[in-house]
Design a protein around this ligand. Structure first.
Ligand code: MN
Length: 383
């Protein structure tokens, strides 16, 4: 008889969701329990396993409450202290839940919460669920169990094989839901392309030893298939507990984090600012060059014709006249046609051409009136 697969709500697989790593998250009731007290979360870059304690109608309430609270309080990007605070918030939610009559007194859960993004992983840990790193086909346990047998193992009283099958193996020394001053273990690691992360509940590790887990993880390149094979191995070995498994493959060296994308956006904005500023400067330079070489005729306040460097008018309040020279020619002495031409402020490509045109106007006025209106020219500049 095959074990019942738990509800779809609790399982997820992801392949290239935005910039995140491919993963598979699965939870399974096992072969001997009537309910699944494990809760899992796969919301990249956040992943978590919580194993409920306290029996029917308590363990599953505690683990679900812890996962919901973690999801609501977790940071948006990899941030170990913030992740630890989110696990502490989950702890407080269970304590308050017990006070409010939710679930049963004594309910609690383990929590292994992991955030991984842009080559960095943060882990917050309470209890005996675990995080492992598979690198170069070698499996390393990142977290330390908060359990009686783990303490016995550390002090050298038992071997790791004895610990795995010890009758007190499920007695944990730290869990969410009892101590408001709960201490949360924290781990930070750099992850490399080709690494594989595993988060699991003790339903896997009490049934399948690390060597067998390593073999399965190395045999299956697809994280979904690897997760299913780990659950199948735990069930084949007895499936006495609920089994939760999350496999995450680090398949890129530095996938872009939100922060990277934001900084790249700023880079593009900066590039545009520089380009637009450059364009404005080029236009201003062109306008300046053109207006400085241009010239126009005008009439001064004393009625004398002026020869001006630049063009008539202004741009944004800046006058485009760079120099003004007063001639000795009075506008009233010019022919009627030339007078209206001068009053229209005619422009020329150069000062020289403006002066020559004024000279011909003076000659026309002289031949028209028979009088000498004076020598055209620019004897002096006015500031
Ligand atoms: Mn368990």
């Amino acid at each position: 008889m095959s074990p019942r697969v738990s509800s779809l709500r609790l399982t997820a697989s992801g392949r290239r969701q935005r910039s995140h790593y491919p993963f598979s998250a699965q939870t399974n009731i096992g072969r001997q329990r009537t309910i699944n007290e494990d809760s899992i979360l796969a919301l990249p870059p956040l992943f978590a396993v919580a194993d409920g304690l306290g029996g029917h109608e308590a363990g599953e309430v505690a683990s679900a409450l812890a996962i919901d609270t973690l999801r609501d309080h977790a940071p948006r990007a990899v941030d170990t202290p913030a992740l630890v605070r989110a696990v502490q918030a989950a702890n407080n939610a269970i304590i308050k839940g017990i006070e409010a009559g939710i679930g049963h007194d004594g309910m609690g859960c383990t929590m292994t919460a992991l955030m991984v993004e842009a080559g960095k992983a943060s882990i917050a840990q309470v209890g005996d669920s675990r995080a492992y790193l598979l690198r170069g086909r070698q499996l390393t346990q990142i977290t330390e169990d908060h359990s009686v047998v783990a303490a016995m193992l550390r002090s050298g009283h038992i071997t790791s094989e004895e610990a795995r099958v010890h009758p007190q193996r499920s007695v944990i020394t730290r869990a969410l839901g009892s101590d408001p001053e709960l201490i949360v273990d924290r781990f930070e690691i750099d992850v490399l392309r080709g690494d594989r992360l595993l988060i699991c509940s003790d339903g896997l590790t009490s049934m399948v030893d690390d060597e067998h887990i390593t073999t399965i993880l190395n045999a299956r390149s697809d994280p979904h298939q690897a997760a299913l094979d780990l659950i199948a191995a735990a069930n084949k070995a007895g499936g006495t507990d609920n089994i939760s498994v999350i496999v995450i493959d680090i398949d890129e060296d530095q996938p872009q984090s939100r922060t990277h994308r934001r900084s790249r956006l700023w880079l593009w904005i900066l590039i545009w600012i520089v380009l637009v500023a450059g364009l404005i400067a080029a236009v201003a330079f062109g306008v300046s060059r053109y207006t400085r070489s241009a010239a126009y005729l005008d009439v001064g306040r004393n009625g004398l014709v002026t020869v001006n460097q630049g063009v008539p008018g202004s741009i944004l309040g800046f006058s485009l006249t760079y120099a003004s020279e007063e001639s000795t020619i009075t506008v009233a002495d010019l022919t009627a046609a030339d007078q209206s031409a001068v009053r229209a402020r005619p422009t020329y490509p150069s000062l020289d051409k403006a002066r020559r045109d004024l000279e011909s106007m003076a000659r026309r006025a002289k031949s028209f009136s028979g009088q000498d209106p004076g020598t055209p020219g620019m004897p002096e500049s006015t500031p």
